[in-house]
Design a protein around this ligand. Sequence first.
Ligand code: CA
Length: 377
Amino acid sequence: MKRRDFMKTGAAVAAGTLFSACNDSDRQAIDYSKVKEKKEAKLSSVNINKTKKVTLKLATSWPAHFPIMGTGVEEFVEHVHIASAGSIEIKLYPKNTLIPALAVFDAASSGEIDIFHSGPYYWKGKNSAFALFSGMPFGMTAEEINAWMHYGGGYELWRKLYKKQNLYPFLGGNTNIQMGGWFRKEINSLSDLKGLKMRVPGLGGEVFSTLGVNPILLPAGEIYAALERGVIDATEWVGPALDLKMGFYKVAPYYYSGWHEPGSILELTFNHQSWMKLSSEHKMIIEMASSQMNSKMLYNFQAQNAMTMKKLEALGVGFRSFPDDVIRAAKEGMQEVVTVQSGLNSDFKEVYQSAADFLSASKSYCDVSLKKFLNTR
Ligand code: CA
């Protein structure tokens, strides 16, 4: 059928305007060698095989092959190797094989390693504002954090503060909404939380402490035994998929929905010089591969958590929501924490204000879109 004949058919009527708006000159591919801003990159003349080979050391805070986070980083390393035709070799050191899990920040800052993969709230002792880049209680979802980082000023603030630490960060994954944790006893009111010992880190832990909870930090390998023996009364971890592997349901059957980590980010962070030394082609490969890792880790968490729900239901896990008085008090507690931290640290104040402004705008939109939709489906 000739195009003229095709255009006469009813089915093509709606498409007609699309065709007519798309003439031959529109169909030409964009020649990037003619785009002024792209000239310096000389993309058309790049031969990646001739690019100087670089070797980078990457240490993580996760054990080798750790589900989702560990395997996601391994895939990133492989993709960078392939996309750079072998001209970027990343030597991957899982937790404690070269650098202790929580020493990776300092190791990259000093140049002992080139890159680390971890989570910003682990470094809140260096600067309380870093915890905000991980997300905050009652704050942004993964989608909102990604939007704030890329288009709401988040990345600029994060890179400004990390530059003082000689670091250059990228988003490197997101756990999605974390669950509120496993409790040995049911929480029916705010008074049931008073005096409980709970493993909960970060800003969430500080908010829980305003509710009368004693927040405790424990290494992953010690949490189950502490919960079983009653040394702690509750623990949060991540979400259904990773929590099931920890076996918490056997000793703490009440599983609460969360508000303390609504979208915790993971980071892929470079030593600043190691990043600056890379060629523009290598930088682009890293940017694209890390962006893919950021997306795919979130999708993997969503998929694994969804596929774990039936298993948890079959095990008789009691899904619960915190009572209204707990939520009200936690929101007030969050404001207390923000007021205190903002008074102590101008960086915290600046980052919180930026995130809160973005969240306020996003809430207006979500209230008429996502929230309505989720309530109707
Ligand atoms: Ca957590």
